[in-house]
Each structure stands twice: as C-alpha cells, then as structure tokens.
Design a protein around this ligand. Sequence first.
Ligand SMILES: [Zn+2]
Ligand SMILES: [Zn+2]
Length: 140
Amino acid sequence: MAELANCPWCHGLFMKGPAAICRDCVKQEEDDFQTVYSFVRQKKNRTATVPDIVRETGVEEYKIREFVKAKRLHPTQFPGLAYSCEKCGTDIKDGRMCESCTGELKEGVQKQEKMKQAAQKGKKEDLGQVTYYSVKGNNR
Ligand SMILES: [Zn+2]
Ligand SMILES: [Zn+2]
C-alpha cells in the first residue's frame, strides 16, 4: 500500500518511496546540485565559500550545506566549503559536530561515567578530598 507523506522541503504531499523528498524536489535538488557543481568546478571558484555560491548561483544555502554534508561536494576538493555543526551550527568540514561540541560531549560523557562509577562504589572518597577547603573560602 502506498503511503502518503509530507515532503520536508516543499511540504507538499507525495507518495513515500525510496527518496525522503518528493519527486519534484528530487529533480529540483539534482538541478541545484548540477548548478552548484558546475559553478564550483571552475578553477577560479574552487575556493568559493557557501555564501559565495548562494550569491552566484541562487541555490539555497541549506541545500549547498546538505551537498557538502552528504559528501557530494568534498571540502578536501573545495576548501571554501563547509556545513553546519549539528549542535551549534558553526561551520565544519568533517564529522557531525565541531571540535568544541565534540569536546563538550566527550567531557559530558566522561563526567557521567565518573558519576556512575562513584555511584557504583557508593562511597565518598572522591568527594572528600575536594571539599575540605571550601568552608573558609569566602571570607575576605
Ligand atoms: Zn517536495
Ligand atoms: Zn558545534
């Protein structure tokens, strides 16, 4: 049975198939990709940034970022390109998140691990050493 879904790009109804967007948008995306690709392929545009491409081709920024993210346009090949960090939206060229968000995430995970370990131990040895000095600390 065919399933109707809303296209996330144009919000029109379409028959859900192998693509996550409707046929019109697939075609539109393909056109846009060709436009962007033939622009950035020119030698003088090799180092164009995403805003440059938006200005020159009229293709929407989020689409260009999607192409980069999907590795259809490679930042190694076109060093001006980037896509958005999933967390803070800053420009990145690799992975899913920028360095600081990746770091934060790692720290968070480590903190959680520590808390888990401490909880498992069920003892206060870790905290004991750290909190000794905090009582007098605020007097000037
Ligand atoms: Zn659509
Ligand atoms: Zn980030």
